[in-house]
Design a protein around this ligand. Structure first.
Ligand SMILES: Cc1cc2nc3c(=O)[nH]c(=O)nc-3n(C[C@H](O)[C@H](O)[C@H](O)COP(=O)(O)OP(=O)(O)OC[C@H]3O[C@@H](n4cnc5c(N)ncnc54)[C@H](O)[C@@H]3O)c2cc1C
Length: 402
C-alpha cells in the first residue's frame, strides 16, 4: 500500500537541507542571479561540506548492493524529492549548480558497468567541486528524442562522434557528459547509444548559453563534437547491453528511463519555487493588506488556491518517488507530477506577483522565482510531452488501441 509518511531519516534530511537553503543558498541567490554565476569559492566550500547533487539519490542506487544498504536505498527517491524541494526553495539555479553527477547520474548508475560506475561516479570527492551532465537535446531533436542526429561511427577501439547538443545543464564545466548518439539513423531508436564523453577529449568543445530569462546563475551549455574519438570503454553499459532486439535496451531506453527518476525531482524543484513565492507573499499580505480592509479577504482566496496547489503537486510527486523506491513502474506518475507541478508552480508565482502589486516586479525574489519557474514546464519534457506520455499509458492500461 502506498505510504507517504515521512520516515525519521527523511525528516532529518528535510530539516538539514532547509537549514542549508535558508542560511547558505538564499543569502547569495539575488547576487548570483544578477551576476549569472554561482561563486566558485562558495561551490568549493559546500563541496567540502559534502553537499552534492548525489547520483545515487537520483537513481535509487545500485540494486546489486541493495542487501547491505537496503533501507537507505528504498527511501532514496523520496529523500531526493524532499531535499530538492528545500534546495529549490533557497534558489533553483543554485540548487542545479551544486556539485555532483546531476542528471548524468541516473544513466550511469542504472546502465553503467561496475567499472564505469566506479570511474565516473567515484570522482565526486571533497577535494574539489566536480559535475556530471546529461546531453540529449539537439537543435532538431528535443521533445522527439528519437530524432537525434549526433552520429557515432564505429572505428577500431572506439567511436567517432559528430554533432551538436544544446541547452545542457552544467554541460561545459562537467567532468563528463552522458551523450546520446546514433550508430545508424535507419535503425531508429534501436540505433541509439549512450557515451560518457570526458572533458578535454579532443574534438569536444563547448560554449555557455548567456542571458537566459531564468535560472540565470546556472550554466547551460552548447556542446559540439567534431570527429571526437570516444574509446569503447566509454560506451555506457558496453556493446553487449545494446541490441537491435526491441526487448533489449537501446540508448533511447537509457535516456527515457532517466526521466522516470528525474521528473519527480524536477517536479519537487518546481514545488520548492512555488512554496518560496507563496511564503513570501503570505508575509507581505500579513504586513500590508490589513491596512486595505476588503482586499484582505480577496487575497485569502488566492492564497488558499496557492496552498492547495502546492499540497496537491507535492502528493503526486511523493507518490511517483515512492513508486520508484518500491520498484514499481512509474512513467505515468512521473509525467503527471512533472506536468502538474510545473504548471501550478508557474501559476502560483504569477498569483504572488499579482498579490504583491508593482512591488512584486521590482527586483524582488518573487520576480526572480517567476522567471526561474518558467522552464519547469519545458525541460525534462514539455507539458505537452507529459500529456502524451500520460495518454499513451492510459491507452495501454484501458486497451484503447485499435
Ligand atoms: C534551462 C534549460 C536547461 C536544459 N537542460 C537540459 C539538459 O541538461 N540536457 C538536455 O538534454 N536538455 C536540456 N534542456 C532542453 C530541454 O529538455 C528541451 O528544451 C525540451 O525537451 C524541449 O525540446 P525543444 O526545445 O527541442 O522544443 P520542441 O520539441 O521543438 O518543442 C516546441 C514546442 O512544440 C511542442 N511539441 C513538440 N512535440 C509535440 C508533440 N508531439 N505534441 C504536442 N506538442 C509538441 C512542445 O511541447 C513545445 O511547446 C534544457 C532546456 C533549458 C531551457
Amino acid at each position: 500500500m502506498i505510504s507517504l509518511e515521512m520516515t525519521p531519516q527523511m525528516k532529518q534530511i528535510q530539516q538539514l537541507t532547509h537549514w542549508f537553503a535558508k542560511n547558505e543558498i538564499r543569502p547569495i541567490a539575488m547576487e548570483a542571479d544578477k551576476n549569472e554565476e554561482v561563486p566558485y569559492e562558495w561551490l568549493d566550500k559546500v563541496n567540502k561540506m559534502g553537499i552534492h547533487l548525489n547520483a545515487s539519490s537520483f537513481s535509487g542506487g545500485d540494486k546489486k548492493k541493495e542487501s547491505s544498504t537496503k533501507k537507505k536505498e528504498r527511501e532514496s527517491n523520496r529523500i531526493a524529492v524532499v531535499a530538492t524541494e528545500e534546495m529549490a526553495w533557497g534558489c533553483p539555479a543554485i540548487a542545479l549548480s551544486l556539485p555532483g553527477a546531476g542528471l548524468g547520474g541516473p544513466p550511469v548508475s542504472s546502465s553503467g558497468t561496475p567499472e564505469q560506475k566506479e570511474r565516473f561516479l567515484g570522482i565526486f570527492t571533497k577535494d574539489k567541486p566536480r559535475w556530471g551532465a546529461y546531453a540529449l537535446t539537439e537543435p532538431d531533436a528535443g521533445s522527439d528524442a528519437s530524432g537525434i542526429r549526433t552520429t557515432a561511427t564505429k572505428v577500431d577501439g572506439g567511436y567517432i562522434l559528430n554533432g551538436q547538443k544544446i541547452f545542457i545543464t552544467n554541460g561545459g564545466r562537467a567532468s563528463w557528459n552522458v551523450v546520446f548518439a546514433t550508430i545508424d539513423r535507419d535503425l531508429g531508436r534501436a540505433g541509439q547509444r549512450a557515451f560518457v564523453v570526458e572533458k578535454g577529449t579532443p574534438g569536444f568543445s563547448c560554449a555557455r548559453v548567456a542571458e537566459k530569462m531564468g535560472l540565470r546563475a546556472n550554466e547551460t551549455a552548447e556542446l559540439v563534437f567534431e570527429d571526437c574519438f570516444v574509446p569503447d570503454e566509454n560506451l555506457l553499459g558496453g556493446e553487449e547491453m545494446y541490441s537491435q532486439d526491441k526487448n533489449k535496451p537501446s540508448g533511447f531506453k537509457v535516456a527515457m528511463a532517466t526521466f522516470d527518476s528525474t521528473r519527480p525531482i524536477v517536479a519537487a524543484m518546481a514545488i520548492g519555487i512555488a512554496r518560496a513565492a507563496y511564503e513570501y507573499t503570505v508575509d507581505i499580505v500579513k504586513k500590508e493588506y490589513p491596512k486595505h480592509g476588503r482586499l484582505y479577504h480577496q487575497a485569502s482566496e488566492l492564497l488558499a488556491e496557492m496552498e492547495q496547489d502546492i499540497i496537491a503537486a507535492r502528493l503526486l510527486t511523493w507518490e511517483a518517488a515512492w513508486m520508484a523506491d518500491v520498484g514499481q513502474a512509474n512513467a505515468k506518475e512521473a509525467a503527471i507530477c512533472k506536468a502538474v507541478a510545473g504548471k501550478q508552480a508557474l501559476d502560483i508565482c504569477s498569483k504572488g506577483i499579482e498579490l504583491l502589486g508593482p512591488v512584486g516586479l521590482d527586483g524582488h525574489i518573487v520576480e526572480k522565482l517567476y522567471r526561474d519557474v518558467k522552464v519547469f514546464d519545458i525541460f525534462e519534457g514539455t507539458n505537452q510531452v507529459q500529456h502524451l506520455v500520460t495518454a499513451r499509458r492510459l491507452y495501454a492500461e484501458h486497451d484503447l488501441y485499435v
